[in-house]
Design a protein. Structure first.
Length: 361
């Protein structure tokens, strides 16, 4: 691997669709939702540590979760944690990372990755990222990984790529990005063989992404470029607090990717899931002959099919006559929901906050 390759793991989300297990004080990425002995953040870090020096792995998180990051990744140096004083979506934190990294290594190429995704085929994942980083290091492109779709999923964004454009290593120019489509449109995308799922994994050289900010979102470019005298120094946190107070709330897709003309995609298949909802967790867990996923807790089930139960180990849960339900129990909240309706959990989260305040979120 190129010695100038780094990674920024984004761990600042609140995981509202994984309520009630994911809470404000301990969001989804800090939980062992797969019951395999490591949190999603730890699993993501460990994957990258297989091919990137640990000193080149950075974590972007909310200021309130810095302690959790340190507890779960004790080998991280303080300067490897980028603490966001406010949540402002992905564009500001990427602008922050790019400028901070530029002061350390002007030839840096860095990967941007979510912290809470599942990767089944790690060797294929590493190989794809090595191809992407090698290309982005020597070409002024904004690279993303696109996942070959296995079904017409309506919960993912899509990337349309140019099938007539032939670039090295099966890399393609991007035609356009589409947000979560309707079922009819998703089916058309799936049937066309021109679309990939948008995994939210990006690769670029620091010079290229900084130039993209300068061209397509000069406000963010100017804001974080002003921090060059402060990055990696004692005054960095003070500057960032000032900068984030002025930041718009905007994703990298809306700020840069949808406008840039130098976007490329590498189609890949490595057993990816964003683990975005309880339904996606149920889909990935082993199941019994009736399709029930025994995630955790002491369970007795009678005439149940295709159910997911997550409960404390000291609680017995008895289900009778349920089909296609998830039952998620925590210390002070219980969710019982049809699996196919679980995409609405974020709406439930907002309703709870509006009705009962922050106690239960």
């Amino acid at each position: 691997m190129n010695e100038h390759v780094y990674v920024a793991i984004m761990a600042g989300g609140v995981g509202t669709r994984f309520w009630p297990l994911s809470r404000r004080n301990q969001p989804k990425q800090f939980l062992d939702v797969l019951q395999n002995g490591q949190t999603l953040l730890q699993a993501t870090y460990n994957r990258f540590a297989q091919f990137i020096p640990e000193s080149h792995i950075y974590i972007i998180t909310s200021l309130e979760h810095v302690t959790l990051v340190k507890e779960q990744l004790p080998n991280l140096a303080f300067q490897q944690i980028l603490a966001e004083p406010q949540r402002r979506n992905t564009a500001p934190c990427i602008a922050y990372m790019a400028n901070k990294l530029a002061t350390l290594d002007e030839n840096a190429t860095f990967i941007v990755s979510p912290s809470d995704h599942l990767i089944d085929d790690v060797p294929a994942y590493i190989k794809a990222l090595q191809v992407a980083t090698d290309y982005a290091a020597s070409n002024p492109v904004l690279m993303t990984l696109g996942i070959a779709p296995t079904m017409p999923h309506t919960g993912y964004g899509y990337i349309q790529f140019d099938t007539d454009d032939y670039m090295p290593n099966n890399i393609h120019k991007v035609k356009n990005f589409t947000e979560k489509p309707s079922q009819q449109i998703a089916q058309a995308f799936f049937s066309s063989n021109e679309f990939l799922w948008n995994a939210g994994i990006f690769v670029w050289n620091v010079k290229t992404i900084c130039e993209a900010f300068k061209m397509y979102h000069p406000e963010l470019y100017e804001l974080f470029n002003q921090g060059l005298p402060y990055y990696n120094k004692l005054d960095e946190a003070t500057f960032i607090a000032h900068a984030y107070a002025q930041c718009p709330n905007i994703s990298i897709d809306y700020a840069i990717m949808e406008y840039a003309k130098n976007t490329c995609v590498l189609p890949a298949s490595f057993g990816w899931s964003d683990l975005g909802t309880w339904a996606s967790l149920w889909d990935k867990l082993p199941k019994d002959t009736n399709g029930n996923a025994p995630a955790s807790g002491k369970l007795l089930r009678y005439d149940c099919e295709n159910c997911l139960v997550v409960a404390p180990e000291n609680k017995i849960v008895v289900l009778q006559g349920l089909q296609d339900y998830c039952v998620i129990d925590s210390d002070n909240a219980l969710l019982i929901c049809k699996i196919e309706e679980v995409q609405t959990t974020s709406n439930i989260y907002n309703d709870i906050k509006r009705t009962y305040g922050d106690t239960y979120i």
